[in-house]
Design a protein around this ligand. Structure first.
Ligand code: PDD
Length: 284
């Protein structure tokens, strides 16, 4: 099937899509992106993703080219044209194409909009059964990690460290504390069953899945603590997991080669995954 992408107002086959080499996304990573899940052909939590897109764009002073309603229509149309049942929708907005100059381009330079879909088995991922191992790496990123910027070099290197270690994710560590995964939010469960994740700040991306999982955990009667946790504390944890639009809730069973607890997905991680999936599926 021909992959259809969306570029600056047009739907077209990916092979026919092109961008100017002077695009600032390409030259300066001067842009923002979003990734939302698709389940049963429907968008998951797309309003929250679009609100974060709007915030990210505002923080770097790119005017949002579309209303939330217009973005939603574009996402739905792209999902339909690519017949995506389960997978992801990717949105990228850059400051547009102009002669290379670090300062903002001349007024009137239009932002570049690129959207595409990816088909992915998020529900029946074999890793959800076994859990994943993670390795830790130093957090090399800039100081505005709350902005979902396309400047992802530190995360690319972190994920490659995971790939080379044969594991599923890299957790980034700063001053001895876990910040987050290379493309996910990090959680631990303490021996007395408290759910711990880092509080929102400029140090991490405000995960959309994180919000839903914290709410589901509270509704299930769990004690939630939004606070820093150290790598040492993570090693002592009863359970751990990551959350993201691309993995939902994924148990972590090993950190830097050391098993957590029984070395199997923990009951709370499994339960929160089930609850999240039930909600994401929406009413039948
Ligand atoms: N990444 N932290 C980072 C650094 C991320 O890149 C992501 C998501 C998350 C989780 O956010 P959310 O729950 O909103 O997906 C946390 C996406 C999936 C990506 O870059 O592909």
């Amino acid at each position: 099937m021909t992959r259809i992408v969306h570029v600056n107002g047009s739907f077209l086959p990916a092979a026919e899509a092109s961008l100017p080499i002077m695009d600032r996304g390409f030259l300066f990573a001067d842009g923002i992106y979003e990734v939302a899940a698709v389940l049963g052909g429907r968008l998951v939590d797309s309003d929250a993703h679009l609100a974060r897109l709007d915030r990210s764009l505002g923080e770097i002073r790119i005017a949002n080219p579309h209303s939330a309603a217009a973005w939603t229509a574009l996402m739905e149309e792209l999902v339909r044209r690519n017949a995506v049942e389960e997978g992801l929708v990717y949105i990228q907005v850059t400051r547009g194409a102009a002669e290379r100059d670090f300062g903002f381009p001349p007024a009137g330079t239009e932002p570049t909009v690129v959207m595409f879909t990816q088909t992915k088995n998020i529900l029946r991922s074999p890793q959800a059964e076994t859990g994943i191992a993670v390795v830790t790496v130093p957090d090399l990123r800039w100081k505005r990690r709350d902005i979902k910027s396309v400047a992802l070099l530190a995360q690319v290197l972190a994920k490659q460290a995971a790939v080379e270690a044969g594991v599923g994710e890299a957790w980034m560590v700063e001053d001895g504390f876990v910040t987050e995964g290379s493309s996910s939010t990090a959680f631990i469960v303490t021996a007395d069953r408290r759910l711990v994740t880092r509080p929102l700040s400029n140090a991490i991306l405000p995960g959309i899945t994180r919000v839903a999982v914290l709410r589901l955990a509270e509704e299930a009667g769990l004690t939630v603590e939004e606070r820093l946790f150290s790598l040492d504390e993570a090693h002592e944890a009863a359970e751990a997991f990551i959350t993201s639009a691309s993995s939902f809730v994924m148990p972590v069973v090993r950190i830097d080669g050391t098993p957590l607890g029984a070395g199997k997905p923990g009951p709370l991680a499994r339960r929160l995954r089930e609850l999240y999936i039930a909600e994401a599926r929406g009413p039948a």
